[in-house]
Design a protein around this ligand. Sequence first.
Ligand code: ZN
Length: 500
Amino acid sequence: MSQWTEFESKMFELRDLAGATGILSWDQETFMPPKASASRGEQLGTLQALYHERLTSPRLEALAAELGGKADLSPIQQASVRNLAREQTRAKRLPSEWVRELAETQATSVEAWKVARKEHKFDVFAPHLEKLIRLRRQQAELLGSPSGEAYDALLENFEPGMLTGRLEPLFAELRAHLVDIVKKLAAAKAPDTDWVAQRKWDLGAQQRLSEVLLAEMGFDFEAGRQDRSTHPFTQGAGYQDVRLTNRFAEDDPFSSIFSALHEGGHGLYEQGFAPALHRTFASGAPSMGIHESQSRLWENLVGRSEAYWQGHVSHLQRAFPEAMLGVTAKQVVQAINKVEPSLIRVEADEVTYNLHILLRFELELGILRGELNVRDLPAAWNEKMEKYLGIRPPNDGVGVLQDIHWAWGEFGYFPTYTLGNLYSVCIFEAAQKALPTLDADLTAGKLLGLREWLRTHIHAHGFTLGAEERVQAATGQALSVGPFVRYLKQKFGALYGVAL
Ligand code: ZN
């Protein structure tokens, strides 16, 4: 057996284990009966341990090292070796005692966070967060960070190759623009959106509509499905098997529509990897940020555009004949683009959303650099909310305690959301240039041209280049805040009739 064949068979096993883990996790959030949770935990634990053992086996390590230097491998083979070796190195640097301590701390921390959030008592959560931060600092030390910046080692978990030193100036520039835009829009006349919550939106019709919209954007229901869960998510579970979830609320049809477009964007990425990448470590996205660029592109650039609703308001009228009585496309566009400083990140609009992220990024950085203590986190949070958005949370439940990320001790994740937004505009603009009829196509519901362009330039390549390099190859542009800011000013300036 050649070295490559041996490496490949071991790599295939790892991908199969990961796919099976994915399916079990998806089932846990969708169909699993509640009493199965203990046995599911055991099964997942076993699969993960097996994965870790196989990934870090001395034989596979030797194979990766030998193949890593070979120039006669194809680009996909080279990327597979590189990506597997990277994962291997990081896994090997974390001792099993550390992994176990993190898992145990996370489990108790999430429970404490739930209580703290409900009772608005940060003190209940603070000692757990302190412990998690200690573990993350250890993780950064174990993984190592060439720049000496601990945050870089954590960022690498989600955004390989990205550095804090790059994000800080980029985000500071973005923040200055956003604070200014939000101030100007807050002073303008807000559209009337009360009609949405005042009407009743049939749940069955919402589900059918979400499936129609997903099929229209080219999501393949023969290679995926949409089911219900408490929080919408996408789980790629293997080749031609992509699981989306959604939720439906009677007082708001747009929540499920935008979740469908968002998760559908993730889903198209997962369905779009070239067949040659199947079971290799070159399949998958190069980073969370570029994955998020695809969900945001469909959710915001397509789904919150005037062009899309000019053509799709008829879908709403057919799905909800009573609730939509007398509602125009213009009213829909205004309602889904209402800009309003608000407390909760996941409910924030396109303009204010990134300020929620920048605030979290700055606090995470302050904590990891030892410039901010956990006990001072709520006050620092509220101060930044006031400074950036002009509002102050009445309690920590809707402030510093609102997200689950810190309850898991996930630091370095939040920036990927903003990177996704920045990338999404760059990518959409490049698609617009390549597809001159795109606006008319969005109105006509002819979305397959856009999907094909994204597939050719982003999806099909998987993780054969880093995220930034991939976006640059697809768009000819380096990462910057310019296109995103321009897009916001143009769109919301026109919608609100103000100069931004
Ligand atoms: Zn997403």
